[in-house]
Write a protein that binds this ligand. Structure first.
Ligand SMILES: Cc1cc2nc3c(=O)[nH]c(=O)nc-3n(C[C@H](O)[C@H](O)[C@H](O)COP(=O)(O)O)c2cc1C
Length: 144
């Protein structure tokens, strides 16, 4: 499986989650075609990928109004019809509906969204591992 990863990160947590997920997927013999910023997407990496992972940090008022910061830049991504995609966001206290909003924005690119995960910044390693495991399971089930 070939995956491209696109990330919007302010203080590094989402980037770390992406790197951890990439490491774990590589251990499962996936190829990571590129890790780039949503705002400066690696077009060749997207083109070469079967699956595009899109991650963002959550902003809001902590208890309401949560949204993924990357939403506007996602709408500028190239059309991804024919690609699968999965979303992830990192948060501090409560992600609210940020993951749903992120998933919906990713779906608007034309990609087929297979799912997503909200990753707590205090459990980056554990939740990234869960994300990678779910991706491997989902993709191996769909290939079967
Ligand atoms: C301005 C601002 C608003 C935030 N709002 C929320 C919020 O509403 N809910 C929440 O759980 N975390 C919130 N956070 C925390 C970030 O989502 C969290 O630290 C995230 O992991 C940051 O990712 P990054 O290091 O990739 O930028 C906020 C952070 C900032 C800077």
């Amino acid at each position: 499986m070939k995956a491209a990863i696109l990330v919007e990160s302010l203080t590094g947590n989402t980037w770390k989650a992406a790197e951890k997920t990439a490491d774990l997927l590589t251990q499962e013999r996936w190829t990571i075609t590129g890790l780039s910023k949503v705002r400066h997407p690696d077009h060749a990496a997207i083109q070469a990928a079967d699956l595009v992972l899109i991650g963002s940090w959550v902003h809001g008022a902590f208890v309401f109004g949560q949204a993924p910061w990357a939403v506007n830049s996602i709408s500028n991504l190239p059309a991804m019809r024919g690609k699968k995609a999965a979303a992830f966001c990192t948060f501090a206290l409560h992600p609210g509906k940020a993951l749903d909003k992120l998933t919906s924005a990713v779906g608007d690119t034309g990609a087929y969204v297979i799912g997503g995960l909200a990753i707590s910044r205090s459990k980056l390693d554990q939740h990234s591992e869960e994300f990678a495991t779910r991706l491997v399971d989902a993709l191996s089930a769909s290939d079967a």
